[in-house]
Design a protein. Structure first.
Length: 167
């Protein structure tokens, strides 16, 4: 269990590191900072995840019906754990879509009471607009975490299929 948490922590740190590089991007049409384009990509990924989840769960039910093994409880426990993992990853993708939709809305909203500091020079990093930098960071972080959850869904799906056919 500790090995899995360390691996997830490393991947989250990599996502944060990648997102940190996007704060200097001023172009809103760059791939990792284009929230409008990323929303359509994530909606497609979410649809594929739902399709694969229903396909896998129906295959597992069919395998359980045809199975004559005595070790069904252990197998059922592993299957339930992996299905919960897939469910949490699908919800992460859904929440990322909501976050990107809010970011897309806020990016074009101009709130007069909140001043956007511009041309911040920190020596190594020159930030043209603090508002765009924060939005770029959040956009790329949510997309990177979504890619990680997609990877996690694929890995759990393969484990489910292998466990169900081997027993």
């Amino acid at each position: 269990m500790k090995k899995i948490k360390k691996k997830k922590l490393k991947l989250i740190c990599i996502c944060i590191l990648i997102s940190t590089f996007t704060i200097t991007i001023n172009n809103e049409q760059a791939f990792l900072t284009n929230s409008k384009g990323l929303i359509s990509i994530l909606l497609t990924i979410l649809g594929l995840c739902f399709t694969s989840f229903s396909f896998i769960s129906s295959a597992i039910l069919q395998i359980f019906k045809n199975s004559k093994t005595t070790n069904k409880n252990k197998l059922l426990k592993n299957v339930n754990e992996l299905l919960e993992n897939i469910e949490s990853d699908i919800f992460l993708i859904f929440y990322s879509i909501i976050i990107l939709t809010i970011i897309n809305l806020l990016r074009f909203l101009n709130i007069p009471l909140i001043k956007d500091p511009i041309n911040l020079d920190f020596g190594i990093i020159n930030i043209i607009s603090l508002k765009n930098s924060v939005f770029n960071f959040i956009t790329s972080l949510s997309f990177c975490l979504t890619l990680y959850s997609l990877y996690d869904i694929m890995k759990a799906s393969f484990k489910l299929i292998i466990n169900c056919y081997n027993k």
